[in-house]
Design a binder for this molecule. Structure first.
Ligand code: ATP
Ligand code: MG
Length: 367
């Protein structure tokens, strides 16, 4: 799939802009603070309905304006879609082919993107929260119903935490309620855990050969899922439910004492190993960056295999950070099959051959 048109209204530093893109490498050139990242972010938001940089949607609206609007046209193999996302302080409104979508989960997935930006190093170096966010967004892209389940999970989690906080005020009454909420929580937790196992398994299968290629055959990348509840990869669903209940009965006193839910998908994490060593702990800066790159390239293939079409790729400020070998490896992988957007402050940062064939856009102060 590829993006043929993008219109921005009151988005960050863009007042009103309309751009047409081609199905190849599109280079966004501009000095610092002109709006390159904002443009990339707007494409990401058009696809995912949230920003990769902030969870506060208000920041996306141009200062002193009431709303921001992103419109795009997506060309797919069999059809073309027009997408519209309006962000205001009342929330988000999403349309596909002019039809308003009641749930964002029926909007997400219309356009698939993979973004690779400097912050992605946090996927390896950052907190578990960053990795959970990554897993959730990527599963959501290929399976929108997952987002719906996740929202429901967080809703029940909030209720359960609220109950745990005041449990000791009337333990007799609260005992039954806790059992009900635990049952509801486990029901969805199992679905989420199961999909995460499946997703990370697929990701591992794609990422390992890609990483091997980038590291000239020297490194083996392994992705390990670390769920907060001890479930193995080939566990059956009914058994997983049992394991969850066992865990919750074991930690009941502690949960009441602390007033918070101590197990479940909101506490999961994953770990990356290069040649059996934890990359977060032992990896060099370059190995950590390569790991993040392998994961992103794996995602491209994973989306293609699940959705049937390649996503678009957004590379913000990362190309010049890669050494020549990694840069040409990346460009060779995507050349001719993935529509790509690349930002740069100077043409020197980009491989000459790629630049010659690319469409170029110059941004100055949001125009
Ligand atoms: P760099 O090369 O430094 O990465 P950039 O071209 O990527 O620069 P952007 O991050 O896109 O720059 O930001 C461009 C400008 O947009 C910044 O000066 C920023 O202050 C401004 N900006 C950010 N949010 C808003 C907003 N909500 N309304 C208006 N302007 C904004
Ligand atoms: Mg930038």
């Amino acid at each position: 799939m590829f993006l043929t048109e993008l219109s921005l209204t009151n988005y960050r530093n863009y007042k009103k802009t309309r751009l047409s893109f081609e199905n190849k490498v599109n280079v966004i050139l501009g000095e610092n603070a002109q709006g390159k990242t904002n443009l990339m972010e707007s494409i990401y938001v058009l696809a995912i309905a949230k920003s990769h940089r902030t969870s506060r949607d208000k920041e996306l609206i141009k200062w002193d304006e009431e709303y921001a609007k992103i419109e795009g046209r997506v060309q797919k193999r069999m059809s073309a879609l027009s997408l519209e996302l309006v962000i205001s302080n009342k929330g988000k409104k999403a349309k596909v082919n002019s039809l308003e979508q009641k749930k964002l989960s029926s909007y997400i997935g219309s356009l698939n993107v993979v973004m690779f930006a400097p912050e992605d190093l946090n996927l390896v170096k950052g907190s578990p929260q960053v990795r959970r966010r990554f897993i959730d967004i990527e599963i959501g892209q290929v399976m929108p119903v997952y987002m719906h389940d996740l929202n429901q999970y967080h809703h029940i989690l909030q209720q359960r935490n609220h109950l745990l906080k005041q449990y000791n005020r009337s333990p007799e009454k609260n005992k039954v309620m806790l059992e009900i909420l635990t049952t509801q929580l486990v029901e969805i937790a199992v679905k989420i855990t199961n999909r995460r196992i499946h997703f990370l398994h697929l990701l591992q299968n794609w990422a390992e050969p890609i990483h091997k290629g980038i590291s000239r055959g020297l490194e083996t990348l392994k992705i390990q899922y670390n769920p907060s509840v001890d479930v193995s990869e080939d566990i059956e669903l009914s058994k997983m439910v049992e394991v969850y209940y066992e865990k919750f009965s074991k930690i009941k006193e502690k949960e009441i004492d602390r007033g918070i839910t101590l197990a479940g998908p909101h506490r999961d994490d994953m770990q990356f190993f290069v040649n059996d060593k934890d990359v977060q702990v032992y990896g060099s800066q370059g190995q950590q960056r390569t790991t993040a790159l392998s994961i992103k390239l794996a995602e491209i293939e994973l989306i293609k295999s699940e959705v049937g079409e390649y996503p678009i790729l957004l590379l913000d400020d990362v190309l010049s950070e890669l050494d020549d070998y990694r840069q040409s490896h990346l460009l060779n992988t995507i050349q001719g099959k993935v529509q790509t957007f690349v930002t740069t402050t100077s043409v020197e940062g980009i491989d000459h051959e790629t630049l010659k064939k690319a469409a170029k856009f110059y941004v100055t102060a949001g125009g």
